[in-house]
Design a binder for this molecule. Structure first.
Ligand code: HEC
Length: 296
């Protein structure tokens, strides 16, 4: 049909023209779908810090550790905002309770949290008016949070701010449908005055790992043993002078009591800085070693 209108050479040209157009469209499509979306972010600034997974340091993921919290200096509290419950205070208290207390006291304050199972005495059941040691009035619960209950798993929570502790007081009371009064007006008044009159300082909290590191750096090495290189007796008996000095520092009265010295050193063999040979020393050899260690 089309041959009626076009000569074979014209047809060929038409086809090749079509081919060029098709190729052009294909290239444009490729460009539009692949190249353009890829360049969309080019002009955006690179994110400042690349997120790196922690390596070799579990940090906060370590359940025995917690992040450092800087020392806080808090202004005095308006007693009206904390002496009676209000929605904001209760909401804060509920979060704090879930974080700090529910493991022992249970999510509804029934004293049946998983961490309380093995405890004696058991965590208090806040829904019952019986068995309270300090009591369930506002001032009593506040005292419990400040001081803990001696001889029980209930520790002091005085690292929480006064406001946070008051929030918890109201949450604890809210679990029990019984009457939590009568309050002691004098005690409440004293509490309100305390809140209003002075601010408070929440001390630094440092991670356990950091505290350990501090302890290590504060650890002072024991005084060195004189003559470990020169005295033949010490050369034979002491394999690691620094460690031996540390061992001696841990033995009370080793200078006066050669028997105590012999026992304590022998028990720590090997690895306490002394040669295993000392285990076979006779009493007079220990006496000689003792005076050599003392430097005479
Ligand atoms: C490690 C477990 C544990 C955690 C966590 C814990 N408690 Fe307790 N709590 C106890 C135990 C155990 C007792 C019972 C003490 C007793 O009978 O001598 C107790 C008792 C109490 C009492 C009653 C004191 C009294 O007068 O008898 C209150 C109030 C209380 N806890 C509040 C709290 C609050 C609020 C928190 C969270 C900030 C909390 N506890 C976290 C174990 C825990």
């Amino acid at each position: 049909m089309i041959e009626q209108y076009l000569s074979p050479s014209e047809l060929k040209r038409l086809l090749s023209a079509l081919l060029v157009v098709a190729l052009f469209i294909a290239i444009m499509a490729l460009f539009g779908f692949l190249v353009v979306p890829g360049t969309r972010n080019v002009n955006q600034p690179q994110t400042a810090t690349a997120v790196e997974s922690p390596q070799g340091d579990t940090g906060w993921l370590d359940p025995t550790d917690y992040p450092a919290a800087a020392r806080q200096v808090l202004p005095p509290l308006d007693p009206r905002t904390v002496m009676t419950p209000n929605p904001g205070l209760m909401a804060r208290g509920k979060v704090l309770f879930a974080e700090n207390c529910a493991t022992c006291h249970g999510p509804e304050g029934r004293g049946n949290g998983p961490a309380g199972v093995g405890l004696n005495p058991q965590p208090r059941n806040f829904t019952q008016p019986t068995g309270w040691v300090n009591g369930y009035r506002i001032e009593d619960i506040y005292k419990t949070l400040r001081e803990g209950v001696k001889g029980s798993g209930m520790v002091s929570f005085n690292y929480l701010s006064r406001k946070d502790r008051m929030a918890l007081v109201h949450v604890v009371q809210s679990f029990g449908a019984f009457n939590h009064g009568p309050e002691d007006p004098k005690a409440l008044d004293a509490l309100a005055k305390l809140f209003a009159s002075s601010g408070e300082v929440i001390p630094d909290k440092i991670p356990v790992a950091f505290a350990e590191q501090q302890l290590e750096s504060e650890f002072t090495p024991a005084p060195p043993i004189p003559g470990t290189r020169t005295n033949p007796l010490l050369k034979e008996a002491v394999t690691d002078p620094a460690r031996a000095a540390q061992t001696l520092a841990g033995i009370p009265r080793w200078r006066e009591d050669d028997k105590a010295l012999a026992t304590a050193v022998s028990i720590g063999l090997p690895g306490n800085g002394f040669s295993p040979a000392v285990a076979t020393y006779a009493p007079d050899q220990w006496k000689a070693l003792q005076s050599a260690l003392a430097g005479h």
